[in-house]
Design a protein around this ligand. Structure first.
Ligand code: GTP
Ligand code: ZN
Length: 296
């Protein structure tokens, strides 16, 4: 007997899709052949209808329209990205932070800046120094130490009812956040197998874990994201504070480097634009220009 159920794809491995059903079961599914014919590839995060065959297996028969899609890793229907960096150990790189914010801006997703290891001596001072810069751009940021109980409640509140993707370099505390968000032990197992897989396969492996009332995923591959598809002129739109000044520049197409009458540089000189943000912008711009030069 076939029973039709709703669910969400939480993992995809070589043509098999693992669907967490609304009934609380996980089914190993194949996708109906019609999707391939139409050129549709089911993605982790997709809301699907399945026809269950027994208690373990099923067939995906319908994929709901996607609200959005995060590239690299490919996840559909993402509500927010947590940009995770440590305040210390390793020391916070504002360039890294600004670049990751720009990546999320390019994908048009809401983000929360999560700054970890807040209990370390000197960490809160680092947080307080940068907080005004990012708040002024309407970004939310939290200082977190799950170890010392700093920011736990805010983090839990922000995870509620959301599908969240964690982005950040290795060692900043993403696994620690994942373990906090996902009661139960199989995250550790999951991340070990993920590391095992990473060497063998070139595709990045992504898994959604069920939180109390939402989903969360680590995002291997996110940090390697480059702005390959973008033109140098587009980078400024990924920096909210720079974008806000740019329309006052004398020249249309000003890249805010050495052009005369540049409002962005003026804002930096007059202290309205954080010098660190300007530096990050210039660095990303150079990377994009270099990549473009290599292409032609
Ligand atoms: N001092 C301090 N250390 C932390 C905190 N959170 C995590 N760590 C430590 O930082 C190291 C990296 O934590 P993980 O959670 O494994 O970080 P990750 O980002 O998942 O890194 P990978 O597992 O390498 O991908 C571990 O030794 C953690 O114990 C924190 O709030 N304070
Ligand atoms: Zn300019």
């Amino acid at each position: 007997m076939r029973i039709r159920m709703r669910g969400k794809i939480v993992r995809a491995v070589s043509g098999f899709y693992y669907v967490q059903t609304d009934a609380g079961t996980t089914l190993q599914c194949r996708a109906r052949g019609i999707f391939k014919k139409r050129g549709i590839k089911p993605l982790v995060g997709d809301q699907v209808d399945v026809e269950a065959q027994g208690t373990q297996e099923g067939v995906i028969v319908e994929i709901a329209p996607r609200v959005n899609k995060l590239e690299r890793p490919s996840i559909a229907n993402v509500d927010q990205v947590f940009v995770v960096l440590s305040l210390l150990e390793p020391e916070l790189s504002l360039y890294q932070l600004d670049k990751m914010i720009a990546m999320v801006e390019e994908q048009n997703l809401p983000l929360l800046l999560v700054l970890t290891k807040a209990e370390l001596p000197g960490a809160i001072e680092v947080f307080q120094r940068i907080e005004p810069i990012y708040r002024a751009m309407q970004y939310e940021l939290i200082a977190l130490s799950l170890r010392a109980g700093i920011g736990n409640d805010t983090l839990a509140a922000r995870l509620k009812n959301k599908t969240t993707v964690l982005a950040g370099l290795s060692g900043v505390g993403k696994s620690t956040i994942l373990r906090f968000a996902v009661p139960g032990a199989d995250v550790a197992v999951g991340s070990i197998s993920e590391k095992g897989l990473r060497g063998k396969h070139t595709t990045t492996f992504v898994e959604l874990y069920q939180t109390e009332d939402g989903f969360i995923a680590d995002s291997p591959g996110f940090s390697q994201y480059s702005f390959e598809a973008l033109e140098p002129e587009q980078i400024q739109y990924l920096f909210r504070d720079i974008k806000a000044e740019a329309d006052q520049c004398v020249f249309r197409g000003c890249l805010h480097e050495t052009e005369d009458g540049c409002a962005v540089r003026r804002a930096r000189d007059e202290g309205r634009l954080a010098a660190t943000r300007y530096t990050s912008y210039r660095q990303v711009l150079h990377e994009v220009k270099d990549a473009k030069n290599r292409r032609y």
